[in-house]
Every structure is written in C-alpha cells, then in structure tokens.
Write a protein that binds this ligand. Structure first.
Ligand code: DDH
Length: 288
C-alpha cells in the first residue's frame, strides 16, 4: 500500500489514517485516565508544542517537538504533559516513520475529532529538531494574568482578538490538576466532549473567587464544581473579547467552524510545508 522510493518509505494519506486509528483505539482502550479520556491532555500537548511560536524570529512552533528535551519539557507550563508524551510512545514504536512533531499534532487532531469536535484538516511534514532548538521559558500564557498578557502572547504567535477567543474554547475540555498547574477542577460538566459550553458557562454562571490556599481562581456559585482561570475571566471583562464569547455561546456551528480554522493555523505555525507540491490536507475519518 505504501509508496517506496529508493528504499525510503514515503507515507501516504492512508498511512496517516492508520496512525489516527491507532491513537483513536488507544483513547478507547485507556479510559481509566482522569475524566475517562487522554483526549484533553493530547490536545494540550499539541497546543503547547505549537504555542511557543514567535513570528518575529520564526522560532518555536510544532516543527521540532523540542518538548522531548528537559529544558522545555521542564518548563512550568508543560507540567503533566509527560502523560501525553508517554501515551504516544507505543504509537511511535508501531509507526517509526512518523516524526514526533507530526505525531503530536496528528494526535491533537484525532483527540478533537474523537471527542465529537469539528473535522480538522491535517498536513504532515514536520521534522524533529535537536535540543538546541528548545524555546526559552515564558512563551506560553500565564493563567494568573489579564487581557493585555493574552494579547501580547497570542499576537506574538500571529493571532487576533477573535482567534484568541475561538482558541480558548478548548477549555470545554479537560481540567486543572493541583499537582501540575496548581489550579483545580474542570471548566465544564462534559470535559471529554467538544462543545461551546465554555462560552455559555462564562456568560450564564455567576463566578466568584474560590476560597482556598491555592492560586487565585474562580468557582461557579451554583455548584462550586467548575472553575475559571483569571485569563478565562479576561474574555468577559474585556469588551472586544466578550462580543466573541457571546457569538460562540449562541452559535455552536460558528464556534466549530472558527475553532477548526484557528486550531489548524495554530498547528501549522512555523511549519515549512513544501508549497510546490500543493499537497492537499488529509481529512481523517473518525472511528465513532
Ligand atoms: Fe489551557 N490550560 N490555557 N488551553 N488547556 C490548562 C488545561 C488545558 C491556559 C492555562 C491552562 C489554551 C489556552 C490557555 C487546554 C487547551 C488550551 C491548564 C491546567 C491551565 C493552567 C493544566 C493542568 O493543571 O493540568 C491559559 C492561561 C490559556 C490562555 O491564556 C489562553 C488553548 C489556546 C488551548 C488549546 O488547545 C487551543 C486543554 C485541552 C487543557 C486540559 C488538559 C488536561 O489535562 O485535562
């Protein structure tokens, strides 16, 4: 099935689909993790691999998978992501031809689709880099900060206000862990399904400071079982951000469309695709 040129294996779309199917099968099989899925932490791995991009210098981004090395893997923001990297080791062993950088992004795409999210077009072509390409600490957002910090960090990657809000909808997924970030709890009641609930809850719930010894975070007044970070609340204290929160809260189709577009952009930041081949993106078939 796979093309062979002078002994060099040239993977085709169907080979990447096999990797997708393997990740999807492992997601099904290892359902005793966290809220019942490795999906959210795989999405976070793909985001943190990509979100180090700096448009001025062209450094960082998903091309390189430099989080494999201690300097970057040990950055505070990446605490806990070793769980996602270890989850993927058997997949890398079974398909040694795929680079870690392509595998991490493919897994993020797979996790989003398998958690009932939108279809995310995928383009392979990332190369792993060595330790020298590790990015400096501090390129990922700091959850204790506000709207200016959000704009500083995401404009450095090349995103605008609408895109910042659309990306943040990923917090419909997963949770905070006290032994990782220090924060605690999920944002929504369905942390293993992609929905626009993050925006609905931001607007519809009453949020107050959680009384505890941990870092400053919010809890919902009615159940006290959900959370928001200071950076999440910045999306409704800032008027421009809030307009987009309102649109996505009202219209799940619009959120899915904009989220698919912006996460594709995120996952491709700084990746030198060979534009001459005009390779069309792969659309993976979900397993569910
Ligand atoms: Fe996030 N995120 N994130 N996030 N994120 C955390 C968890 C998850 C911030 C901070 C945190 C994005 C944006 C921001 C996911 C996806 C995305 C945690 C908790 C913190 C803290 C980590 C832990 O304790 O395990 C901040 C700050 C921002 C921001 O300023 C905008 C974006 C853009 C995405 C994305 O995917 C596009 C996901 C998924 C999780 C859940 C992980 C898990 O293990 O569960």
């Amino acid at each position: 099935s796979a093309g062979e040129t002078k002994g060099l294996f040239v993977p085709k779309a169907e080979d990447y689909q096999k990797v997708y199917n393997e990740v999807a099968a492992l997601l099904q099989e290892k359902d005793d993790y966290d809220d019942g899925s490795y999906g959210p932490v795989l999405v976070r791995l793909a985001w943190h691999a990509s979100g180090t991009y700096d448009k001025e210098t062209g450094t960082g981004g998903s091309n390189g998978a430099t989080m494999r090395f201690a300097p970057e893997g040990d950055h505070g923001a990446n605490a806990g992501l070793v769980a996602a990297r270890n989850f993927l080791e058997p997949v890398k062993a079974k398909f040694p031809w795929i680079t870690y950088s392509d595998l991490w992004i493919l897994s993020g795409v797979c996790a989003i689709q398998e958690m009932q999210g939108p279809t995310i077009p995928y383009r392979p072509g990332r190369q792993d880099k060595d330790i020298a390409a590790c990015t400096p600490d501090g390129r990922l957002p700091d959850a204790s900060k506000g709207n200016k910090h959000l704009r500083d960090i995401f404009c450095r990657m090349g995103f605008n206000d609408q895109e910042i809000v659309a990306l943040s909808g990923a917090h419909a997924l997963g949770r905070c862990h006290t032994d990782r970030s220090g924060f605690d709890g999920p944002w929504t009641f369905s942390p293993t399904v992609v929905t626009n609930d993050y925006y609905k809850l931001l607007l519809d719930e009453k949020w107050s400071w959680k009384k505890w010894n941990g870092p400053k975070q919010y809890e919902d007044k009615s159940t006290k079982s959900l959370m928001m970070l200071p950076t999440d609340m910045a999306l409704i204290s800032d008027k421009t951000f809030k307009q987009w929160v309102g649109k996505y809260a009202k219209d799940n189709d619009l959120f899915f469309k904009d989220f698919a577009a912006v996460i594709t952009k995120l996952f491709e930041l700084g990746v030198p695709f060979d534009e001459t081949t005009q390779q069309s993106p792969i659309t993976f078939k979900p397993t569910a």
